[in-house]
Design a protein around this ligand. Sequence first.
Ligand code: 5GP
Length: 175
Amino acid sequence: TDPVDYICSAIRSVPDWPKPGITFRDITPVLQDPRSFRVLVDMFVYRYMRQRLDLVAGVDARGFILGSVLAYELNLGFVPVRKKGKLPFETVAEEYTLEYGNATVEMHTDAVRPGQRVVLIDDLIATGGTMMAAIKLLQRLGANVVEAAAIIDLPELGGSKVVRETGLPLYTVCS
Ligand code: 5GP
């Protein structure tokens, strides 16, 4: 089987979660099955192994899972992009708008050194608000964001288009 089909067919769609009318894309079956987890990680490893990266950044919380394994396999450090109020040291924050209200992501001010080549990992891109906020944070710290990546794209929500319109490459596996 095709590795993309193998991964994408393992994603579970849960109707009416977290609220009526929303269908949640659940990646836990991909992680639970050792073969699909390995195929997923290996796809990202092969994509980034020749990119001369310095760091992997992962978005709270599901971006930590793939992001940290990817960093380990590429022999790179991992830095978390966290939700507000979780990081203990000096932070830089970026606020973004949700359907109802606002959210904030934070990073430690010393997480990235200027010019470091970083790939940004999350599990899913919907409106793109989270990914764009994380990109802006990394760029404010002087990072060279080489690519943003997510396992799943929900193209009908427009986020992948928004990211690509900034000129930043975006890689997604399933849509
Ligand atoms: P966005 O900011 O692009 O609208 O939403 C993406 C963020 O919300 C990601 O951090 C992602 O983890 C989370 N998210 C939103 N909808 C889903 C979903 O259906 N499945 C998963 N796994 N995450 C989602």
